[in-house]
Write a protein that binds this ligand. Structure first.
Ligand code: ZN
Length: 169
């Protein structure tokens, strides 16, 4: 038995006018703090990569979405480390008798450039999902300056996962 899941997440960048010290700003993507003149607006750490991935995992087993599991109205989730969230979600998957085959993630943004952070992002995800790094793909693309990602107003991420029943392995 195999199951496929898809997740999409978007976070907007902060208004540059509200940023006092651009040198200290960063975005957190797959647990990696990547320097960028403006951070992402979020109730949690704004890790748009891990949110899309967690939604894909939940979607594969029709377990709802991270908004239901981690409501942003709950103060306990303020500033939440999304790697904690991801590991919690993956625990649910394991308890349902499934585990990850592979994940393929596409990050859509003009900036920051992600190539030199790719290995660190994949390493974090592989660690959290207890799998080999070659089961985790992270790709980055621009949208040719079109749309909100092209105007550098935010980052969008799409994630697809394949799960298989643990008993069959
Ligand atoms: Zn999110």
């Amino acid at each position: 038995m195999i199951r496929i899941g898809q997740g999409i997440d978007v976070h907007a960048f902060c208004d540059p006018k509200d940023v006092i010290d651009t040198a200290e700003q960063f975005v957190t993507l797959a647990g990696v703090n990547i320097p960028h003149p403006v951070g992402l607006l979020a109730h949690s750490d704004g890790d748009v990569v891990l949110h899309a991935l967690a939604d894909a995992l939940l979607g594969a087993l029709a377990l709802g979405d991270i908004g239901q599991h981690f409501p942003d109205t709950d103060e306990a989730n303020a500033g939440l480390d999304s790697r904690v969230l991801l590991r919690h979600v993956y625990d649910l998957i394991i308890k349902k008798g499934y585990h990850l085959v592979n994940a393929d993630i596409t990050v859509m943004c003009e900036r920051p450039k992600l190539a030199k952070h790719n290995l660190a992002m994949r390493t974090n995800i592989a660690e959290d999902l207890n799998t080999q790094i070659d089961n985790i793909s992270v790709k980055a693309t621009t949208t040719e300056k079109l749309g909100f990602t092209g105007r550098q107003e935010g980052i969008m991420v799409s994630a697809v996962v394949l799960l298989t029943q643990t008993d069959n392995v």
